[in-house]
Design a protein around this ligand. Structure first.
Ligand code: PRP
Ligand code: URA
Length: 209
């Protein structure tokens, strides 16, 4: 599929298998998600713009690489996005952080917005939108439209599991946005849940139901 990168590192796949098990506790689920988010962040930031600066080592003057441009914007789709956000923020502590609060209407599966706060100057930052689940694609597509309305141009979307239906919606609504995922699962069920999936990500992270 176009604009889709599947990050199939063995460590990620092993941890993902543990997360899928229904016997995995919320505590362990959160720990695994944080560990995976570090590995995913490594991959999604692979081609960030860089420039050379002149520095002095204890030995000599040298031109050395540094991240270029304004600080990254990490945008978490509440609430499950925060499970991915924490690990990435450990790796990129200087990133600016935004939130788009959405929940899916259980009948229509359409996203309902309840909160939004994003960094300024999105037009000159790389934005990484995070949410563990890309199911129908409604939430991701809505959040990305919000960012574009506020000027964002260079946007990447990071999830743990994607359904083919959600990837297709992203390709149609946001063909300029690459989706990074640890797994492209089989399909959605009649209630919009990913199969084989891992259940409701927010409930599993926070122990709610
Ligand atoms: C989940 C998930 C995504 C959304 C994906 O959130 O974290 O945001 O569903 O589904 P979609 O691709 O069909 O839009 P949910 O609405 O359950 O809210 P929560 O994070 O507060 O649990
Ligand atoms: N949201 C979830 O948390 N899980 C799914 O399988 C689909 C949407």
């Amino acid at each position: 599929m176009e604009n889709l990168t599947i990050i199939d590192h063995p460590l990620i796949q092993h941890k993902l298998t543990e997360m899928r098990k229904k016997s995995t506790s919320s505590n362990h689920f959160r720990t695994l998600l944080k560990e995976i988010s570090l590995l995913l962040a490594y991959e999604i930031t692979r081609n960030l713009p860089m420039s050379e600066i002149s520095i002095e080592t204890p030995m000599e003057q040298v031109n050395s690489l540094t991240l270029d441009g304004k600080k990254l914007a990490l945008i978490s789709i509440l609430r499950a996005g925060n499970g991915l956000l924490d690990g990435i923020l450990d790796l990129i502590p200087s990133a600016r952080v935004g939130f788009v609060g959405l929940y899916r209407n259980e009948e229509t599966l359409e996203p309902v917005e309840y909160y939004s706060k994003v960094p300024n100057e999105l037009g000159s930052r790389v934005s990484i939108v995070v949410d563990p689940m890309l199911a129908t694609g409604g939430s991701a597509s809505f959040a990305i439209k919000c960012l574009k309305d506020r000027g964002a141009k260079d946007i990447r979307f990071l999830c743990l599991l994607a359904a083919p239906e959600g990837v297709r919606v992203m390709q149609k609504d946001h063909p300029d946005v690459t989706v990074f995922t640890a797994s492209l699962d089989r399909e959605l069920n009649e209630k919009g849940y990913i199969l084989p999936g891992l259940g409701d990500a927010g409930d599993r992270i926070y122990g709610t139901k």
